[in-house]
Design a protein around this ligand. Structure first.
Ligand SMILES: Nc1ncnc2c1ncn2[C@@H]1O[C@H](COP(=O)(O)OP(=O)(O)OP(=O)(O)O)[C@@H](O)[C@H]1O
Length: 763
């Protein structure tokens, strides 16, 4: 071998989209190039504009653009493929550069920039292989329409340069006058330039861009712009070896495993003095960061056969998803060191280990507990209290704050509970809850909240014993101790953290040594909280202050979907907590993906709505399997229907199967059940998932929020607001599961949560 060859990310993405035959010819090209780059068939030539870029022939039509990036210790020259494209799209002006902020190699691609933007900035591209005589692009110069004011008129070249925009793009960026022009300019732009310019165009202030986008990726010292070898060492590339074929065939699906955004990378690799948290809107890669964090931590473990890393999340199906994604990211021997368990399962395990078969109880849902409470109130002929209110009071105040006694309950803060309770009322509530717990006990059952609280207590006792032993010093006699000598886990990584209960946090806190760094890593977004478990981590001993980071760039959802989803989450009146005592926002949350605007439509009846749904799903299925944008997909598992409640799941599935001949699988807590291609489930089940096309149906008044909520409007306004916010978050979670297409519909009167979006669609 006389040359080493690597692939720049952009080139890899271009390859994904090429025809199979060209891909195969590219593999042959790589083989020949590695043998001898100079062989005549490859026709290696420098571009005229940038002496560091060469073009070489893949076949009659396609060219690889390459840059020599240094020589290995054994004297082998190293080359980087920066682009793969049709020869008519190769221009002499293409350039590689070293970014002055990140020090990474950047390939600036003006070939995809729109003509009007190029002309406005006075740039003419010269084809490297002209068909006949060299011609400017475009041939016919249409008069440039009178310029609209430039979008970034408030900024100057020096500012863009300082932020890290690639030099070649600066004049063009300052000249663009519309979103469409900006999209064209940035399609082939290096990632940092893209982030900065989209950030400024979406209204972020220059200081916010500097702080959130540039600062996290700035090298300590300005890099040498001429040192391509050093820049190459800093750049993530794919090595072209026998595995490249598999990588390219896998396409975009592997991207998250290989290319972290520099901000994601920083969060993953940092050493934290204590618990740390990453937040960010849907699809910004929080789970991806959490998984890479596990990889990073697992790679640094001392050898062993134990499982010192816990990865946990809210539900069984999300835990399954994390497990399979992690298995595709890390080596099997590291995977064996990781315990992936959903939080209730973990609590159940702790309770199981600390109790005997005889004292173990069957777990019931809160819903079942409300039914028991209702029965109890009936038997007592107690009409002053509402069963749901009492069970919530128990869950959120008594269990949530680990209130152990009646006198403690008199003192406790009941923040967010709405209705105030006098001392005599608290006394009545306490008594009724005592009666309920006695009743459940007799039945041999407990709620998941009770189990979590018990687990927390067991673990806190264990942690206290460990600390006491530590305080006593190594020479003390521990022979009669019944407690295991150490903490369960060295590192804990939590995903979907916004929905964990206070008791879960207390349990987790007690399971990892609080004196060691990198103990707990938390990923979550409070805008997506769909259960009633609001906590203040600091008060539970999980101190994240000063160790929080936020992601703002969505990799999942198109800008069109995001803009509508934001109107659902934030109507200007709602504020969201940051899992501590501060607030969180979605400021700067943005996407660089484009797609059709989501459809919002109302129908006269449920039957009409279902009929239209069937047509939409059939169209989507055909479009995906016939290769939209040139890439065909087996539509199974890529299309889903989301509804507010379980009853509607059955109605949708029955209709689609019986009347439209479409096969469905129901999304359950353990994932899809059945082998039908279209997944159907309640909004709660969609948490953490994503689909290429998604329909949300039945979004009518009285469904979201459910009709029962209305009675709290006067009775208990705080509760009313809480219910409204939960419904809002639920719809927000649902809408942001869609990658490319979203259709939202209702029959009769639409849900009030759609008011703002419908206003936008109508205007
Ligand atoms: N660096 C990256 N490169 C390519 N794709 C990425 C990257 N980071 C995230 N993604 C993709 O973006 C999508 C969303 O990522 P992820 O599920 O981690 O987001 P999230 O913030 O956890 O979302 P949610 O809060 O909605 O659950 C996934 O398809 C993921 O593969």
């Amino acid at each position: 071998m006389t040359a080493r060859l690597s692939l720049y990310r952009k080139a890899e993405q271009e390859l994904y989209k090429l025809d199979r035959v060209v891909k195969a010819q590219f593999y042959d090209f790589c083989h020949l190039f590695r043998q001898n780059p100079e062989q005549p068939g490859l026709d290696l030539k420098k571009l005229k504009g940038d002496s560091r870029i060469y073009r070489a022939k893949i076949n009659q039509s396609y060219r690889a653009l390459l840059a020599p990036v240094g020589v290995d210790a054994d004297g082998t020259p190293s080359w980087l493929v920066v682009a793969v494209r049709h020869r008519k799209d190769v221009y002499d002006q293409l350039q590689v550069a070293v970014n002055r902020v990140t020090g990474e190699i950047e390939f600036v691609d003006l070939a995809v920039v729109g003509d009007s933007a190029l002309r406005r900035a006075g740039i003419t591209l010269t084809p490297a292989e002209p068909e006949t005589a060299p011609a400017a692009k475009p041939a016919a110069v249409a008069p440039v329409p009178p310029p609209a004011p430039p979008m970034l008129a408030g900024y100057d070249a020096e500012q863009l340069k300082e932020l890290g925009v690639a030099d070649q793009l600066i004049d063009l960026a300052l000249a663009v006058t519309s979103d469409a022009e900006l999209d064209e300019l940035l399609e082939g732009a290096p990632p940092l330039s893209k982030d900065i310019l989209y950030g400024l165009a979406s209204g972020m202030s220059i200081d916010a861009v500097r702080e959130e986008i540039t600062a996290p990726v700035r090298l300590a010292e300005e890099p040498d712009p001429a040192d391509l070898a050093a820049a190459f060492a800093r750049t993530t590339v794919t090595t072209v070896d026998k595995h490249v074929q598999a990588a390219i065939e896998e396409g975009d699906f592997r991207a998250w495993r290989v290319y972290l955004h520099p901000i994601q990378q920083k969060i993953v690799e940092r050493r934290y003095g204590g618990p740390a948290r990453v937040s960010g809107g849907p699809g910004t890669g929080k789970t991806v960061v959490a998984l890479h964090r596990v990889k990073h931590l697992a790679g640094a473990l001392p050898p062993g056969t134990d499982k010192p890393i816990l990865v946990t999340t809210f539900t069984a199906n999300l835990a399954n998803d994390l497990r399979s994604r992690l298995a595709s990211l890390i080596e099997p021997h590291l995977m064996e060191r990781v315990d992936v368990t959903h939080i209730d399962q973990l609590a159940a395990r702790v309770v199981g280990e600390n109790t005997t078969q005889r004292t173990r109880k069957r777990r019931i849902s809160d819903h079942a507990a409300v039914t028991e409470m209702r029965q109890l109130l009936l038997e007592l002929d107690e009409r002053r209290w509402d069963a749901e209110f009492l069970v919530e009071e128990w869950e959120q105040v008594i269990l949530g704050q680990a209130v152990q006694s009646r006198s403690a309950y008199f003192q406790v803060r009941r923040a967010g509970r709405g209705r105030a309770l006098s001392r005599p009322e608290r006394s009545q509530v306490w008594k009724l809850i005592e009666q309920l717990t006695a009743r459940l006990d007799k039945l041999g059952v407990e709620t998941w909240g009770q189990a979590a609280e018990r687990a927390a207590r067991f673990e806190m006792e264990r942690a206290a014993a460990i600390e006491a032993r530590r305080a006593a010093g190594p020479s003390a006699d521990h022979s009669s101790d019944s407690i295991r000598p150490g903490y369960w886990y060295r590192h804990i990584v939590v995903d979907e953290a916004q929905d964990l209960r206070a008791a879960h946090w207390k349990m987790l806190r007690a399971m990892a040594d609080p004196t060691l760094p990198d103990d707990i890593f938390i990923a979550g977004d409070t805008h997506q909280r769909i259960y009633d478990h609001q906590v203040s981590l600091g008060a539970l001993g999980v101190h994240i202050r000063g160790r929080s980071a936020r992601l703002t760039l969505s990799y999942r959802t198109t800008r069109e979907i995001l803009a509508r989803a934001l109107l659902i989450a934030e109507d200007g009146r709602v504020s969201y907590d940051d899992l501590d005592d501060g607030t969180d926002t979605l400021a700067g949350y943005r996407s660089i993906l484009h797609g059709p605007p989501p459809a919002f439509a109302g129908y006269g009846s449920w039957e009409d709505e279902l009929a239209e749904l069937a047509t939409t799903l059939a169209d989507w299925r055909t479009e995906l399997s016939t290769g939209e944008k040139g890439v065909s997909v087996d539509p199974a598992g890529h299309i889903a229907v989301c509804v507010a409640d379980h009853e509607r799941v059955s109605q949708v599935m029955d209709y689609l199967t019986a009347k439209a001949g479409l096969t469905c699988a129901e999304l359950t807590k353990d994932g899809p059940v059945g082998d039908g291609g279209i997944h159907v489930g309640t909004m709660h089940r969609f948490k953490g998932l994503e689909y290429q096309r998604l329909a949300i149906v039945g979004v009518s008044e009285g469904v979201l929020p459910r009709a029962g909520v209305e009675r709290y409007r006067k009775e208990d306004p705080v509760r009313y607001e809480r219910e409204l916010r939960k419904a809002r978050s639920l719809l927000f979670v649902a809408a942001t599961r869609a990658r490319d297409a979203l259709a939202v519909s209702w029959h009769g009167t639409p849900s009030p949560l759609l008011a703002e979006v419908r206003g936008l669609v109508a205007s």
